[in-house]
Design a protein around this ligand. Structure first.
Ligand code: GDP
Length: 436
């Protein structure tokens, strides 16, 4: 519970073993006792106390640790509600921390990223943001602009000194710097997005080429870190794996691994659909057979896209290889494999890490933008810089230029939440889960 009155509610339902009132308990202490309802013991619990302003929300807070289990938690929650507490909205604790000024909006948003992180580097980006690295970067950029803004204001107030030209030059210089930094942040979004969502990868091929065998091989190998995410459509699921530091989001059609029935197996039409939305297509062919019309269709489908061709079943006598014209024309990335004998998987992994030089991103300790809202605002601030440049070039009066500069400042303030509308705040926190 959080809020001015939370100890009042607590005192009605919690009896500490050694009788003491909440107001006499110091922050950061834990008390042992019982949750009671009309003198009946509901559970034996520990309660942690946090006194304002030293808490997550900066308000008075307490946390009741119960024995867990659904019923007991539900009961204690009901008791709190009956005695004057209100149910928290999704993300309300973090929202309060933001509204009370302990963290800025960027930090608040990073809480979701930290919770939902699926890879180490993504988690790192979340933690960095929570610790305020991005906030500091934005603040630094803002400060640079504010510094010139001061001169602009002076010039506007005291036009008789006529230093406009110097000021204009100064603004242009600062804007050049700022533009460079904003551009870099904006560019980091692509990497951030990749980290967050993974490289959307489709494994396609005609029935019996070995799609399921390949998928199983990868998933078995990476079993420990596979997470199943429900796909966008009902008949696909996505499997998140990290291969040599490259996060891959393998698009799997439900049952691809189970489908025994030939009819049920994934067909060309479905392959096309999946391939269309993929960042990377892994096309798998049975090298013990000549290419069929279906194979040709697949080869045409992948041409010009990020692709890897797998010539599977090299344990059998091969009919096609990397020199087969159609194969050669469709891809520069050809890997020979036998999924049955688990041969060639390391070559496939090597190829994937070559194609996505994530090692750089992984080792790189630069700030990553992972949130579309931030990216859009950074873009907007960049555009406002350009507008200011243009105003200067066309010799606009200083007060017009000043308006344009204020727009940049506003865009940046929107990112950190210094100025931000209620609906945006509501939208951001609605994405949180309850109790965060
Ligand atoms: P899918 O229809 O593309 O998913 O293909 P499967 O993975 O179900 O494989 C079809 C058949 O080919 C199965 O009987 C597999 O055991 C067999 N198979 C898969 N990979 C290999 C391989 O590398 N060598 C051989 N000899 N058979 C394979």
């Amino acid at each position: 519970m959080s809020g001015k009155e939370c100890f009042k509610v607590l005192d009605k339902i919690f009896k500490p073993k050694k009788k003491v009132e909440s107001k006499d308990i110091k922050g950061y202490t834990i008390k042992y006792g019982h949750i009671v309802e009309e003198n009946r013991i509901i559970d034996e619990v520990l309660v942690s106390y946090f006194k304002e302003p030293k808490s997550y929300t900066t308000e008075n807070m307490c946390e009741i640790q119960t024995h867990g289990g659904n019923l007991i938690v539900r009961k204690i929650l009901d008791l709190c509600l009956k005695n004057g507490a209100e149910m928290a909205e999704p993300g309300e604790f973090t929202k309060r921390a933001f509204l009370n000024g302990r963290i800025d909006l960027l930090q608040a948003e990073s809480v979701i990223d930290v919770i939902e992180a699926k890879s180490e580097r993504e988690l790192q980006a979340g933690i960095d943001q929570l610790e305020g690295r991005l906030s500091k970067k934005i603040k630094d950029i803002k400060q640079k602009i504010m510094d010139v803004m001061v001169n602009v204001e002076v010039d506007i107030d005291y036009p008789e000194y006529d230093v406009e030209e110097i000021t204009n030059l100064q603004i242009t210089n600062v804007l050049d710097e700022v533009k460079k930094e904003l551009k870099q942040l904006e560019k980091s979004f692509d990497n951030g997005k990749l980290l967050k969502e993974g490289v959307k990868t489709a494994i396609i091929g005609k029935p019996n080429a070995g799609k399921s065998s390949l998928l199983n091989l990868i998933l078995d190998e990476e079993r420990a870190i596979v997470t199943e995410i429900e796909g966008t459509t009902r008949d696909t699921i996505e499997e998140f794996v990290t291969i040599n530091g490259v996060p891959l989001n393998l698009i799997d059609t439900a049952g691809i691994r189970e489908a025994k029935d030939e009819v049920e197996k994934i067909g060309i039409a479905k392959s096309k659909e999946i391939a269309q939305n993929a960042d990377l297509i892994i096309a798998i062919f049975d090298s013990s057979k000549n290419l069929t019309r279906e194979d040709t269709e697949i080869l045409n489908l992948i041409k010009g896209k990020n692709n890897i061709i797998i010539l599977n079943k090299i344990d059998l006598k091969s009919k096609i290889d990397e020199n087969t014209v159609q194969i050669k024309q469709a891809s520069r990335n050809i890997i020979k494999m036998s999924t049955l004998n688990q041969i060639g998987l390391d070559n496939l992994y090597k190829k994937i890490s070559e194609m996505y030089s994530m090692e750089e991103i992984n080792a790189d300790n630069s700030i990553l933008i992972t949130n579309l809202r931030h990216k859009n605002l950074i873009r907007k601030a960049f555009d406002s810089c350009i507008k200011t440049d243009e105003a200067i070039k066309s010799n606009m009066p200083l007060d017009i230029i000043a308006i344009s500069i204020r727009e940049i400042l506003e865009d940046l303030a929107n990112i950190t939440g210094e100025i931000v509308t209620d609906d945006i705040i509501d939208e951001i926190f609605s994405r949180f889960c309850l109790g965060k």
